[in-house]
Structure formats: C-alpha cells, structure tokens
Ligand binder design. Sequence first.
Ligand code: NAD
Length: 486
Amino acid sequence: MTVVEAPSRVLVGGERYATAGTYPIVNPATEDVVAEAPDAGPADVAAAVEAAKAAFPAWSQTSREERSRLLHRAADIVESRADELGALIQAETGALMHVARWFQVTGTVGRLRRYARGALEVRDVPLAPHAMPSTVLGPGALLGGNVLRRPVGVVACVTPYNWPMGGMAGKVGPALATGNTVVVKPAPQDPLACLALGEILVEAGFPPGVVNVLTSAGPETGAALVDSPDVDMVSFTGSTAVGMKIAEAGGRTLKRLFLELGGKGAAIVLPDADIPTAVTGISATWTFQSGQGCILPTRAVVHRSIYDALVEALAERANSLKVGDPLDADTVVGPVISAAQRERIESLTQSARDEGARIAAGGTRPGLPRGFYAAPTLVADAHPGMTIAQREVFGPVVTAIPYDTVEEAVEITNGTEYGLHNYVFGKDVGKAYDLAAQLRSGYVSLNNSLQHPEAPFGGFKRSGLGRDGGSFALDAYTEMQSVVWT
Ligand code: NAD
C-alpha cells in the first residue's frame, strides 16, 4: 500500500531515470510497503560517476556567491515542502513525527543554510613573507604565499539508515559549498527522502551532474562507487565494519576518506551527580530514535555509592516510556528500522542474560500486533568485558556497570574499540571538565546530551577518521594548495 508519494527514479546528470529493477521500502511501524525504490547497479554507478566527473571542472570554478545562492534556494524548497517530506521520512524510517520533522526536515534546512553561509567563508591562510637566500633552485628572493582551499573533486557520499535526509544534507551541504560534485548513495532501508532532496537540489538550479543520487537494495552499489577510480573522496557514515572495508577499498586508489563510524558511548556518573539529570541524559538511548543513534550514552558507568539508586531510577524511567505507534502523540519509543535490526537487539540482550547480567527493565518483545518494536531495556550489573558492554547494539538498550574509582571509570569508558562520544555527569563541573582529558573520544558532553552544531564531529579509534561539523566540514571536503610568489 502506497501511503505517501515518493520519488521512484534515480538521479544522474540532472535527469531522473528508471533503473532495471526496484525493491520495496517497508514502513517499520506498519510493515506496509511505502513505495518501490530504484535498485541501481554497476552501470548506473558508472554513469553517475561520469556525470559528476564531467560536471566538476565548471562547477568547481563557480563563484562562492552562486554556490551560496543555490544552497539557500534548495533550503527554501525543502521548507516549502516540509509537511510532505516529514510524512515521507516518518513512513520510511518509522520515526516519531516530531523527530522526522525537527531533526530531519528542519535539520536539513539548517544544514543547507549553514553551508550556504559556509560557501562564503574564506578559510585561506596567508603565509608570512620569507627571505630565501640564493640556492641551486634560483636567486634569493622574498617569498610570499597563500594556502588556499580547493575542492577535492568527485565525492561519493554513502549514508546510514538512521539519519537519511539530515545526514545527506550534512555531507552534500559542505561538499557543494566548497565546489565538489557528489554521487550520493543512501542506505537501502529508507532512501526515498534522499532521492527527494536530490531532486530538490536539481530544481534549485545545481547544474546537471553536480548532484547525483543512486539507491539500491544491496551493498554492491556502494562498493562499486568506492571502487571507482574516478571518485576522489568517500564521505561515509555507517558501521565500523563497513568503514574498514571502505578504507581498504579506497586505499587502492588513495582516495581521500572521511569516515564517521560506530559508537559505544559511556555516561560516567560521578558520586556527586544529580540523579534526575543523569537519568534524563542516559534515557536518550531509549527516547531518541529507539536507540538508533551513534552518539547515544549506551553504557551507564556509575559510582557504586549511587549505583543502586541510579539503576532503580533508570528502570523506573524505562518502564514508564510508552512504546507503540509513532503517529500517536504520547508514544515515546517507536519501532526500530527492520526485523533484522530487532533480531540483532534481541540476540545481544540474550547474550547479556547468558553472560550473567541482570535485565532490570524490558528485555522482552512488546506485544504489538505489527511493527518492529523493541522494549526500552536496562541491562544491570554488567561486566565491562561482556558482549553487551562491548558491541554496538543500535537499539533501546542501556547497560549499567558499577565502578569504585575514577581510574576504573576511565578504563571502562575507554575499554571498547570505539571513541565517538562520552558523557560525564557530576555537580563539580570543573572536575568533570578535567576528566574529559582522560577520555578517548571525539566529543565529551558534561551534564547534558545536546549537540553543538559548530563543534567538530568525529571519532577517535575505530569510530572514524576526520571531522565535520560547522566550519570544520569546509576543511573536510577541501585539499590545501599553496601558491607562492616572489
Ligand atoms: P551500514 O554500515 O550497514 O551501512 C551504511 C551505508 O553503507 C549504507 O548506505 C550501505 O548500503 C553502505 N554499504 C554497505 N556495504 C558497503 C560497502 N562494502 N561499500 C560501500 N558502501 C557500503 O550502517 P547502517 O546500519 O546503515 O547504520 C548504522 C551504523 O551507522 C551504526 O554503526 C552507527 O553507529 C553508524 N553511524 C555513525 C554516525 C557517526 O556520525 N559516527 C552517524 C550515524 C550512524
């Protein structure tokens, strides 16, 4: 059953065309088919990369003002179609409507406008005059110079399912602002709003070939894109396992790589922490996108003096959250993206039981007739080495681990392969601030779970390579070029 109008063609060289096959996009709440999505293959990848490559020379020479104008125009169109896009995103992701509307649609408008301003931002660095003596390279001179930012070229933007349109905007915004051309490959589960955003960018006036969007059911299309010798950079957000494959494949042609990968965020709760503040912060793992977020505080690392009280308060909160239809106004926890994702969550929860942890809340499948639901779950009394404490669940599961000393809390927090985002809750903010120096993650939040849009975003260790966010994204999609004169 088609519930919303969805784009049905891929976008290559400014044209929309039908691929040889299609595949169904399923609404995670109803299990109905939202629409058929185009299933692009290797020939489509080759055509899209060729179009992006052909468009690059002219596009990279357009003025900053022109690039800024087009990004603002695209933001205007997204704004004017906010209701329709919100409904489409809600249907294909199963997100609560306010998440679809605020984080995806409003977030997309915000990012397009941020990088419309970013297009005008000059990040060139003048070099101080330098006196050079005569050498075999030439007579002595006073050298002046400028370090300039140049676009990388054709950028493959490969995005994950949990952040479809907003994630695409976060990549194409800075990539286009700095003069690159893009081939976008959204996640197979929910690519329809990304196709719509591609069409909007073309409607806004981006020339043919500057923006191309390919959707596909399987991983081969993304892999073919990464393999293409004519792709200069891969900007990937997704799992660490796929990120490592991309690093390997991209390494063969020495592509520029920007990788935003998995996370296993910890919230260290210090003995003096305000318990309600910590509970609200940690609950984001249940209340935000059913735990499908890379930055969420999925491990509660709690001082033993307040451990029982905090676990009790967390269990109470988990049990109070309404799970169900994302279109109901009082629903807090909607479905996860697919039956496969629910199975992954359930099997990791079972591993916690098998390895001796205690399920303090949730842990069983909610009794709803349809939809891919998982209950907000609290795993308590876990050991840091347990599977549930090491692996990324990407679902509404918090794992509570007690600690006795700050050194132990730091060791537990740093003791996974990830290093994306950690949290510290404690009344002594100075102490919490100092503690951040020992945490191996790209981001540390103190007593909150909000995101600063201008902060550099990315991970230590196997959580990624490089940073975007604010003006840092303008650096991520450019190469430095030194121009030196006498
Ligand atoms: P995924 O890694 O399974 O897929 C991401 C994208 O990669 C999809 O478009 C997929 O089709 C494509 N892909 C798969 N195999 C490929 C290959 N061999 N070559 C090229 N492309 C390939 O991730 P997912 O399940 O869609 O998303 C969840 C993951 O994303 C989690 O691990 C989460 O932590 C991570 N994530 C990270 C961030 C961040 O900013 N660090 C943000 C959101 C999500």
